[in-house]
Write a protein of this length. Structure first.
Length: 285
């Protein structure tokens, strides 16, 4: 298990911008994190990067009549859920691994919907504010469904793992709460997650593949599936056993990956193109 690095947590947006600008001027790389719950599962390709957390950027505003919420990246999903309940609204995303910040949910790409009717998960993020590789604040997307369509930077932020920049604020799409809607809490709490040496993750599954994955992870000491059955996560105390199970699933036609990866995963074409535009100097690790 990798040792968790020291983390700087700016108290304000201005402090975060100054941190990035200083790193850009000094040629130092920055790795952006939220609550750091998944830091031990990051690739170790750049141990010199300075870890910066957005967790202290944690204010939000709900506009019920517009079905939107403006949230800072460091907002705890449970705090938002509590605020939404009186108005009968919900942001229908959560994460199997107990989420600590909403920005972390988006950047990790691990969030799933609480109801199959809500897929895909990306549709519930309308816009964002991002600090780019030079320390400039960018506004992307919009505040309504109508003006946020298309394959813009907002889409690329999903699962970008902080490679594009520091997400500082998000515009979230809300809906009316339905009977039976689940809470924002994950199936795997933070303390249990921290005990793992490796994870096996299966994403974008069909219901059949989710069942197949859950029934074929014999070496895991804990497994969990998302409510919409699109994700399965398994925890291991031995990396070799995790790789054995992942390879066995792949042989059965179920795509599975092991975290942390032995090599840095290749970014999607969309992330690569976006990164060359807003972080050409490669400040963000």
């Amino acid at each position: 298990m990798m040792k968790s690095p020291s983390i700087k947590s700016p108290n304000t947006l201005e402090e975060l911008i100054q941190t990035v600008q200083t790193a850009y001027s000094a040629g130092t790389r920055v790795r952006v994190v939220g609550g750091s719950s998944l830091t031990i599962f990051e690739p170790s390709s750049d141990r010199t990067a300075r870890h910066v957390s957005t967790q202290k950027l944690n204010t939000f505003k709900v506009v019920p009549r517009d079905y939107v919420a403006y949230v800072d990246a460091g907002v705890d999903p449970t705090a938002l859920e509590t605020a939404l309940k009186p108005s009968g609204l919900v942001w229908p995303l959560h994460r199997i691994e107990a989420p600590q910040t909403i920005g972390g949910m988006i950047a990790s790409g691990r969030a799933t919907t609480i109801d199959p009717l809500d897929v895909p998960a990306r549709r519930w993020i309308l816009g964002a504010r991002v600090v780019d590789g030079t320390g400039k604040l960018l506004a992307v997307g919009g505040s309504t469904v109508k003006n946020s369509v298309g394959y813009g930077l907002t889409h690329a932020l999903w699962g970008s793992r902080g490679h594009l920049g520091a997400i500082t604020q998000l515009t979230l799409r809300l809906r009316n709460r339905r009977e039976g809607d689940k809470t924002a809490m994950g199936s795997i709490d933070a303390s249990t997650l921290q005990m793992a040496v490796a994870l096996v993750c299966c994403d974008d599954l069909t219901s059949h593949d989710a069942t197949l994955a859950l029934n074929n992870l014999p070496h895991a000491y804990k497994t969990a599936t998302s409510d919409d059955e699109t994700r399965v996560v398994a925890l291991y105390n031995d990396r070799d056993q995790a790789e054995f199970d992942a390879n066995a699933l792949c042989a059965r036609g179920v795509e599975a990956r092991v975290d942390p990866p032995r090599h840095t995963p290749t970014d999607s074409v969309l992330v690569q193109a976006s990164r060359s535009a807003i972080d050409p100097a490669g400040v963000f690790a």
